[in-house]
Design a binder for this molecule. Structure first.
Ligand code: ATP
Ligand code: ZN
Ligand code: MG
Length: 501
């Protein structure tokens, strides 16, 4: 059941106290015309009152026509009626109260609140009470989004604690492992890596660097180049409007690193800041705050959003389909907080992200080809013990559609590897070291990307170089002599590095 009760006040240019009886018929006529479209789609004015220059209406609806969507029509009809007979105009409309009753899919487990309204919930019956609502607020469709958000918040209480949807697709055989140490700790001990200088960041000395660079070379030479992927370079700084379109802004605002610009580039405005810095030899944080703008962008979280943005509003020529491109320049930054560990869960990582845009058939074929090439890398070059599983992409999780197995045309495949230092194969958590998604037309629609004739889909794959390295080293150790032959073809000896006294 849905019911809307709206109390609106129309301010008029003159006193209408005398016109009370005329309004009876005017309102009856309105109830019969503009408000009553058909049996499902109707609202009606239940009562009205007049006080000098104010006309108050109480409009209710249990149909699909929302009272707030009728206000403009009522205003026009009213202007016409009063203007013609009495030369009285309608100045403005205020919604004094708006009460909305609607059903929830489930009974909330915890209390729920929503901005702009008081929310009362009994069982699965929600009441949203708004007061002093502006016309603009109604016009911008906030009401419907508020109702959806309340329902979404209830649903998310149910899947919060549940395990993510996960279904094994393929698993390699067990592989002998050479050790059970945490490679990050060992690399630090050997001086290949240095932690810091800030949280979740690393300084990679020559030995660690050459390993990451080798991972990059292998990904490009064994996977991307043979399939015809072309390289692009994107900006590292992502404005919020891109993340608004992809859904990242509402999806993970707590994981971004935000970017601020100086308020001015004028050295004069920074004089006090400079003085304080010179005198105290510390950063005057309070003074700094005054000189910074509010962030309007963040550091790269994933590369695909900006790649889609680069195609915004474009029509792609059929002969360029499928579009196969990748970025390996933008560095991903994520505030991982308590989850940080070694080089496998860091706040700053290097990723290659291939993005593909094409027809459904092209992308499903490409997925097969990518899988074949990835398998070749992980089996023949790295000789890994690993597996692939279908998982719920985060944007479906958002929507609460957990475990939706329907079709596997779209969705995400996670690649996971056994990490001997974490414990037994059965009991320890395997590490996701990359993923591969086909996402249907979600981003194509969001960025209004078109082809001459074809209907487009898109997808991406996140190749995390730190994760590739962590997985390989955890299974194969740090001694190049023990590395698999396939890998030795790419890296046989480590650079001498730097010795410290
Ligand atoms: P997780 O569940 O491990 O946090 P995610 O779902 O956030 O991963 P995606 O956003 O799907 O990861 O990113 C794709 C790839 O990026 C991952 O498979 C991994 O290779 C890499 N990646 C993501 N987060 C990190 C991180 N904090 N440190 C290193 N690599 C990462
Ligand atoms: Zn992506
Ligand atoms: Mg994550």
């Amino acid at each position: 059941m849905m019911r809307f009760e709206l109390q609106a006040r129309f301010a008029l240019s003159d006193d209408i106290s005398e016109l009370s009886s005329q309004f009876e018929s005017f309102i009856a006529a309105m109830n019969d015309s503009i408000l009553k479209k058909d049996a499902e789609k109707f609202a009606f004015i239940e009562r009205f009152s007049i006080e000098k220059t104010t006309l108050s209406l109480f409009i209710i609806s249990e149909g699909t026509l929302r009272p707030h969507n009728t206000l403009l029509q009522i205003k026009n009809a009213l202007s016409k009626e009063l203007g013609k007979t009495h030369r009285i105009g309608v100045r403005d409309i205020t919604i004094t109260t708006y009460r909305i009753f609607f059903d929830l899919p489930l009974k909330p487990l915890k209390q729920i609140s929503i901005p702009f309204a008081d929310l009362i919930i009994h069982d699965t019956q929600a009441t949203m009470l708004l007061s002093d609502v502006s016309e603009e607020f109604l016009r911008k469709n906030y009401i419907d989004r508020m109702m959806n958000r309340v329902k979404e918040k209830v649903e998310s209480q149910y899947y919060e604690g549940k395990a993510e949807f996960w279904k094994l697709i393929w698993k390699s055989e067990e592989k002998p492992t050479v050790w059970d140490k945490d490679p990050t700790e060992e690399m630090e001990r050997l001086g290949w890596l240095k932690q810091g200088p800030t949280k979740g960041k690393w300084f990679y000395r020559p030995e660690a660097t050459v390993i990451l660079k080798t991972m990059e070379t292998i990904a490009i030479q064994e996977v991307l180049s043979p399939l015809g992927f072309q390289e692009v370079i994107e900006s590292h700084i992502k404005p919020f409007d891109i993340w608004l379109k992809t859904g990242h802004m509402e999806g993970m605002p707590y994981e971004f690193y935000y970017v601020t610009e100086p308020r001015t580039r004028d050295a004069k405005d920074w004089e006090r800041f400079i003085d304080l810095t010179k005198i105290t030899k510390e950063v005057p944080v309070e003074e700094l705050k005054k000189n910074l703008s509010v962030p309007t962008a963040g550091l790269c979280y994933a590369q695909c959003p900006m790649i889609y943005w680069s195609f915004k509003g474009k029509t792609i020529a059929e002969k360029s389909l499928p579009v196969l491109i990748y970025d390996k320049t933008a560095i991903s930054a994520r505030y991982e907080s308590g989850g940080r560990h070694g080089i496998e869960r860091v706040d700053e990582f290097h990723r290659i992200e291939p993005v593909y845009i094409g027809t459904r058939e092209q992308l499903l074929r490409l997925r097969d080809e990518l899988l074949k090439r990835y398998k070749h890398v992980f089996n023949d070059i790295f000789d890994l013990e690993w597996q692939m599983a279908w998982v719920t992409p985060w944007y479906l999780q958002q929507a609460g559609k957990i475990g939706d197995e329907g079709s596997q045309d779209t969705g995400t495949i996670d690649f996971e590897a056994y990490m001997p230092y974490r414990g037994t194969r059965k009991e320890s958590e395997w590490l996701e070291f990359q993923n591969l998604s086909v996402l249907g037309d979600k981003y194509i629609t969001a960025f209004n990307i078109k082809a001459q004739k074809s209907k487009l889909w898109s997808g991406c794959s996140g190749i995390g170089l730190q994760r590739w390295a962590a997985v390989f080293l955890a299974q194969k150790g740090l001694n190049p002599k023990q590395w698999p032959e396939g890998f030795k073809k790419y890296l046989e000896n480590l650079p001498p590095g730097i010795r410290f006294l």
